[in-house]
Design a protein around this ligand. Structure first.
Ligand code: FAD
Length: 464
């Protein structure tokens, strides 16, 4: 019987997975393979939070495959060597893989293609698996964008919105496997050392689908009005499920759009789908400019400050600016942070303190479950003004942001217990308390004066 291999990467799902569907069409026997990739672990990308989430994803995928007559085959080591080995052991003629945007994913694809060709096998790469619209599909005809990608979101979004998405496909009924050796399914401790954050969500396709259904039922309607409200926690929290591919972006978008037309055109669905366009936007930028993971996309000739104490205070949520500290503590506790909070802590680090965006991106990657090279690195660059923001020098004032997006102070009180007794918006300005009340809080004084920070940034960028 003919066999083919599916190499699962950032597409850990059975439903609406074009990679798996194509492999099943191509051969009677399919080997669903996951390689615990020494290259990814070696790059420090498998943190305790992501290891715990990934272990859940693999267990759920295995369960789904077993219910269909198969199971997940697990190997460990160099991803190319192990994949070729499995293909040889099972006499597979083809390997199927989802395309990826990062430099690592692009190199993996090239290496795999050459190694398989040497063995007389072929690699089939599938697009629109990890993104809704594949990088390179939408290319600007002219203007202030790159040649092979859009550098500005608004025109990209216009084209993206008009794009017809492929139809959503169901999970396969049966997956038949040839005889093949597998390692046991890894637990979190086999993938990374150290404890995962206490507030970590469960990973996997089943959990992702439960959350998507609940979100469409009772979250989406209020999204446009409430998504920026820090205390309301009114966003989908689907990012980690999308990052690991437990959910298909095509399916999420299609269901949100269908929900909107059933319930008449809806601002909530539109605003939500727009955020998913941002995701594709960053992926197409990174696919065209993989070096933007490490280098300025648009240099501003910054000579970033280094101050280890300031950086440590920012990381620990001890800057003396309550909304910044609340967000940094939420990150440490949950492995997730609200988008508005990500923007304001990133602006605080890169503009008010004027530290290198790579410091912040690296810290986020150490803790975020949804940490994604494209979304993390390019959002950091967007906020730092070295990326695709059309207003690269804007600075978010944490006090103004706090009053606007946490007007009653509930978000801060939830995450900064030292300040829990301060009422209403007074929680945002603890430095205004008189001496003894202030000292009793055991909460640090601000690490920087906002006016001075702003002036320093403007001087550094040559704006004054
Ligand atoms: C400095 C910084 C770093 C970030 N790092 C990441 C990251 O590593 N991984 C990641 O998935 N997102 C990242 N984001 C984007 C965004 O903050 C998260 O996707 C969002 O907070 C996830 O919560 P949610 O699923 O509830 O989002 P929702 O508001 O429900 O949005 C729905 C989905 O749209 C996508 N999305 C939303 N906003 C953005 C955005 N600005 N850019 C790209 N995609 C977006 C996500 O997939 C998200 O799940 C970052 C943003 C900033 C400012």
């Amino acid at each position: 019987m003919r066999a083919t291999v599916v190499l699962f990467t950032a597409d850990l799902r059975l439903r609406d997975n074009p990679v798996l569907a194509a492999a099943l069409r191509a051969a009677e026997h399919v080997v669903p393979l996951f390689v615990i990739d020494s290259g990814i672990a070696g790059a420090g990308f498998v943190t305790p939070a992501r290891a715990a989430f990934l272990a859940d994803c693999l267990a759920d995928l295995d369960e789904g495959l077993r219910a269909r007559g198969g199971r997940l085959i697990v190997r460990a080591g160099d991803v190319v060597r192990e994949t070729c080995r499995v293909a040889a052991e099972t006499n597979a003629t083809e390997v199927h893989l989802a395309s990826g945007a990062s430099g690592y994913a692009q190199r993996r694809e090239e290496r795999l293609r050459s190694a398989l060709t040497v063995d007389g096998r072929s690699l089939r790469v599938h697009d629109a698996v990890t993104t809704a619209v594949a990088p390179g599909v939408l290319v600007p005809s002219s203007g202030n964008s790159g040649k092979d990608h859009y550098a500005v979101f608004t025109p990209y979004h216009r084209r993206w919105s008009a794009e017809r998405l492929r139809p959503v496909s169901p999970a396969p009924r049966r997956v038949e496997l040839p005889r093949v050796r597998s390692l046991p399914l890894p637990g979190p401790g086999d993938l990374a050392r150290g404890p995962a954050p206490a507030g970590l969500p469960k990973g996997g396709e089943s959990e992702g689908r439960r959350r998507l259904a609940a979100w469409l039922r009772s979250g989406l309607a209020g999204y446009a009005a409430a998504h920026d409200d820090l205390a309301a926690d009114a966003t989908s929290r689907l990012s980690s499920y999308l990052h690991f591919g437990c959910l298909s972006p095509v399916e999420v978008i299609s269901r949100a759009r269908r929900w909107a037309t059933e319930d008449e055109p809806h601002a909530g669905a539109e605003a939500f789908v727009r955020q998913l366009a941002w995701r594709d936007f960053h992926h197409q930028v990174l696919a065209a400019v993989p070096g933007a993971a490490h280098r300025d996309y648009r240099t501003r000739h910054d000579r970033w400050r280094t101050d280890p104490d300031e950086l440590a205070a920012w990381r620990a949520g001890m800057t003396g600016y309550p909304v910044v500290d609340a967000a940094m503590r939420q990150l440490a506790h949950e492995g997730w942070m609200h988008n508005r909070a990500r923007m304001l802590v990133a602006s605080f680090l890169t503009k008010t303190l004027y530290h290198d965006w790579r410091e912040g991106a690296g810290h986020f990657e150490g803790l975020l479950v949804d940490a994604d090279v494209a979304d993390n690195r390019l959002n950091w660059q967007w906020v730092a003004g070295t990326g695709n923001d059309t207003r690269p020098h804007r600075v978010l004032n944490p006090l103004v942001q706090a009053r606007r997006f946490d007007p009653r102070g509930d978000y801060v009180r939830r995450w900064v217990p030292e300040l829990a007794a301060l009422p209403g918006a007074a929680v945002h300005t603890p430095w205004r308390l008189d001496g003894p009340a202030r000292a009793a809080l055991r909460y640090p004084a601000p690490v920087v004066d906002l006016t001075e920070g702003l002036a320093r940034f403007r001087r550094a960028r040559g704006l004054d």
